[in-house]
Design a protein around this ligand. Structure first.
Ligand SMILES: CC1=C(CCC(=O)O)c2cc3nc(cc4[nH]c(cc5[nH]c(cc1n2)c(C)c5CCC(=O)O)c(CCC(=O)O)c4C)C(CCC(=O)O)=C3C
Ligand SMILES: [Fe+2]
Length: 378
């Protein structure tokens, strides 16, 4: 499969799919949305009130508006354009887990529009309950909402986890190289690469993927790949680490560590002069990135006298937009019984199309999910 599609070539075959669904997290779009949004996110999850007040304040600092929905609107438009340019005539919808447009409403509309077989592109690149299974629960819930409305629900196939797809890895390599150029020249070669992702409870990490610990190991694998590509491009080896941001939950519950701010302190103490913070755990510059990194961690670095630059997220990078099409064409071929090429960087190889039944278990309840290997879809 090639990403440059010439005009005369026949368009790639996307059968059996009749629509693509972009699946987002969702975010508030004004001050009055913040509390109901936080209630949606944390319902039944035992997040302390103090943490919600604190996170609410982060949103209010930005006028109560997260950039995440606008980023998904831009991604949606870019995917539509990319598909059209490739000659693929397929409607693309967008729905969220936690805010309008809600997945339940969007999938119900898709059913009403007659769609039967839908490919789902989730804006989250790694395995874990929060970043994988919970979205598949949301898809199953949305299919049920369509059935509750008296409609025939489409089958919803979620793409393979894509942290190691070249269309995600490539933009992250490029972003680190660009961020290095933003550092003072005299410190550039000594800069540490600090890869950052969302912390999760250690128990959630332990259960992630088919064999456990997949969330952390997938990040380490991509980080090692990016660091190697950067070294190859610059002819300079940069030491690197994987650290975490946005810890939540009650204080006595262990979450993945170290926190990015603590880590910066340690680096400064060890005499490191400069860092690039690369948020490989996120696909766009949403609140965790613009608050936890750009506001808080960059201030920590400034206090410590560390030169720091934040690498861009994949966002609407051409290669990341193309990834949606490439995974669509790949998965369609697989569903037709063909053996498509499955590009992947790093040491793990391409991930599975359908998750194992006990992959990334829900810590609280066994809920129906879309796209498991053996379970019958809800
Ligand atoms: C792994 C992961 C990703 C990356 C994968 C993915 O992208 O899905 C992610 C993304 C996001 N998380 C987001 C926002 C929030 N996450 C929270 C809480 C939590 N996140 C968790 C994990 C993750 N979260 C967990 C284990 C919790 C504890 C509660 C629970 O077990 O569910 C809370 C509650 C307050 C707090 O406790 O911080 C908020 C407000 C936004 C939107 C940002 C915006 O508005 O721009 C995005 C993209
Ligand atoms: Fe989160």
């Amino acid at each position: 499969m090639s990403s440059d599609v010439s005009r005369s070539a026949p368009p790639p075959d996307v059968a059996p799919y009749d629509a693509l669904l972009l699946v987002g997290f969702g975010g508030p779009e004004g001050p009055d949305d913040v509390v109901p949004f936080l209630e949606n996110v944390t319902r039944g999850r035992g997040i302390p009130r103090e943490r919600l007040v604190e996170v609410g304040a982060h949103y209010q600092l930005f006028g109560g508006r997260s950039p995440i929905n606008d980023q998904n609107r831009a991604l949606l438009a870019a995917i539509r354009e990319d598909l059209a340019a490739a000659g693929i005539d397929l409607p693309v919808y967008w729905g969220n887990r936690n805010w309008d447009p809600y997945l339940d409403d969007v999938v119900t509309q898709m059913a009403r529009d007659g769609h039967r077989r839908v490919a789902a592109f989730v804006t989250s690149a790694y395995s874990s309950y929060s970043s994988c299974r919970q979205y598949r629960e949301n898809l199953a819930h949305a299919a049920q909402a369509a059935r509750d409305a008296g409609l025939e629900a489409p089958v919803l196939d979620r793409f393979r986890v894509y942290f190691n797809h070249p269309g995600f890895a490539g933009p992250n390599v490029e972003a680190v190289l660009t961020a290095l150029e933003e550092l003072p020249a005299e410190h550039r070669d000594a800069a540490r690469l600090v890869f950052v992702t969302h912390s999760i409870p250690t128990t959630m990490n332990d259960g992630s993927g088919p064999d456990g610990d997949a969330y952390r190991r997938q990040h380490l694998d991509l980080a090692a790949h990016v660091a190697a590509e950067v070294a190859a491009a610059r002819g300079v080896e940069h030491a690197w680490d994987l650290v975490y941001c946005s810890r939540s939950g009650p204080p006595q519950m262990p979450w993945l560590e170290p926190d990015v701010n603590d880590h910066l302190e340690e680096l400064a103490g060890a005499g490191v002069p400069a860092v690039v913070m690369a948020p490989i755990g996120f696909v766009s510059d949403h609140m965790e990135v613009i608050y936890d990194l750009d506001t808080e961690a960059l201030a920590t670095a400034a206090d410590l006298g560390l030169a720091a630059a934040r690498a861009a997220t994949a966002g609407v990078h051409h290669d990341f937009v193309a990834l949606a099409r490439e995974l669509l064409v790949e998965r369609a071929a697989a569903e037709r019984g063909e053996q498509p090429e499955r590009p992947a960087v790093g040491s793990f190889g391409a991930c599975w199309d359908r998750c194992a039944v006990d992959c990334c278990p829900n810590p609280r309840a066994a809920l129906p999910v879309a796209g498991s290997r053996k379970e019958v879809d809800a």
